[in-house]
Design a protein around this ligand. Structure first.
Ligand SMILES: Cc1ncc(COP(=O)(O)O)c(C=O)c1O
Length: 401
């Protein structure tokens, strides 16, 4: 059977976050009392006006194939969004719409990578980046951001990772899994390096743009350094900003040659993203924006709740992130200990499975994101559930010897 499957597929692994969510779901189906903090999606409903727009789109007959990479109205709305929120001027011909931000990233890598091409990926990283690079035949080059640096990579680290084969560097701020944000100043340090290496393109994954807290101000590389705009793909989407993960609409903007190549790929794979979802995304981008403020306030409160709770767990160190809806605590002090249930904790994977077995709390282990020993909590769930989860984690930590 193995030989029937492609060699390309053998290079990649299934998404560990989806696997963990699945395992938690199975245990819950068996009747166990499970709290899943492993999925990366807002727990809110899609705003009402967006849902109404989708229903209206069905009734208006927008149920057929559309232009391969997005209806003109949506592309125009995306251009407005970039101008309004990011100070970036793109023409509609420089915009592409796909089935989630995920397809935009996938298209970009598939459309550009040749064997031997390197892609710099700061760790901890979103689980799909390295595997997408491998699927596209490229080589991921991992650069570790340290906890002491707020999980951000430094200009020196970036400089040290660049080779003549470097094609892309992937930037993700605020980050999944750490919530770390790169301020304009942090980005400036990196864009200065990139200005000296004209062969390197920037893939900016801005999907958590609107989820930023305290006085952190979001910035994106093409805005910080306009000199990089003609080799940057700025990616974003409606999934996290408007609680629309299931609608599957993401978009990217960049040089026309790249955008055209991505559309060509899409034309031979999925064709257009769902017509109804495109009209829903149009309503999200052009309608009232109050959902963004409300969700930001809620997530900020939950972040504070989780960080405060985890800071009282012996053996856990939990930095306070600038954005997204994740925390990425260290469990260095728990390594080598044994849980109350008798599991010896050698790795963060041992920690996550013992935590699930003994307390019912599902988290994702750090090795999945390329930086150990840590774990990721998604706090996109209710305050009550979070309070319960944090109490269980605390008991688990207190029980280790
Ligand atoms: C960092 C990051 N980028 C991109 C995506 C893809 O989002 P979507 O395909 O739903 O637009 C996600 C979703 O989890 C993410 O966390």
């Amino acid at each position: 059977m193995m030989s029937f499957l492609s060699q390309t597929l053998a290079r990649v692994k299934p998404s560990p976050t989806i696997a963990m969510t699945g395992r938690a779901r199975e245990l819950a189906a068996e009747g166990r009392d499970i709290i899943s903090l492993s999925a990366g999606e807002p727990d809110f409903d899609t705003p009402l006006h967006v849902r109404e727009a989708a229903k209206a789109a069905i009734d208006a007959g927008h149920t057929r194939y559309t232009a391969v990479d997005g209806i003109p109205e949506l592309k125009a709305a995306i251009c407005d969004k970039f101008r309004r929120e990011n100070g970036l001027d793109y023409a509609p011909s420089q915009v592409t719409v796909g089935t989630g931000g995920k397809q935009i990233l996938y298209n970009a890598l598939m459309a550009t990578l040749n064997p031997g091409d390197e892609v710099i990926i700061p760790a901890p990283y979103w689980v799909s980046y390295p595997d997408m690079v491998l699927l596209a035949g490229g080589t991921p080059v991992i650069v570790e951001g340290e906890m002491q640096n707020g999980y951000r990579i430094t200009p020196e680290q970036l400089e040290g990772a660049i080779t003549p084969r470097t094609k892309w560097v992937i930037m993700n701020s605020p980050s999944n899994p750490t919530g770390a944000g790169y301020s304009e100043e942090h980005l400036r340090g990196l864009t200065d390096v990139l200005m000296r290496h004209p062969q390197v393109w920037v893939l900016a994954d801005d999907i958590y743009e609107h989820l930023v807290f305290d006085d952190f101000r979001f910035a994106t590389p093409a805005q910080v350094e306009p000199g990089l705009k003609d080799r940057t793909l700025t990616m974003n989407g409606v999934s996290k900003a408007y609680a629309m993960t299931g609608w599957r609409i993401g978009y990217g903007a960049g040089p026309e040659t790249l955008i055209r190549a991505m559309a060509k790929l899409q034309s031979q794979s999925t064709s257009n993203p769902c017509s109804i979802s495109q009209y829903a995304a149009l309503a999200a981008l052009t309608g009232p924006q109050d959902y963004i403020r409300t969700s930001r306030e809620v997530f900020e409160r939950r972040r504070d709740l989780v960080v405060a709770g985890l800071s009282e767990c012996p053996g856990i160190v939990c930095p306070k992130p600038e954005g997204a809806f994740y925390v990425y605590p260290s469990i260095r002090d728990l390594i080598g200990k044994t849980s109350a249930g008798g599991t010896r904790i050698e790795t963060d994977e041992d920690f996550a499975s013992a935590l699930l077995d003994e307390t019912g709390v599902a988290v994702v282990f750090g090795a999945a994101f390329g930086l150990s020993p840590h774990f990721r909590i998604s706090y996109a769930t209710s305050d009550e559930i979070l309070t319960d989860a944090v109490a269980r984690i605390r008991r688990f930590c207190e029980g280790t010897r």
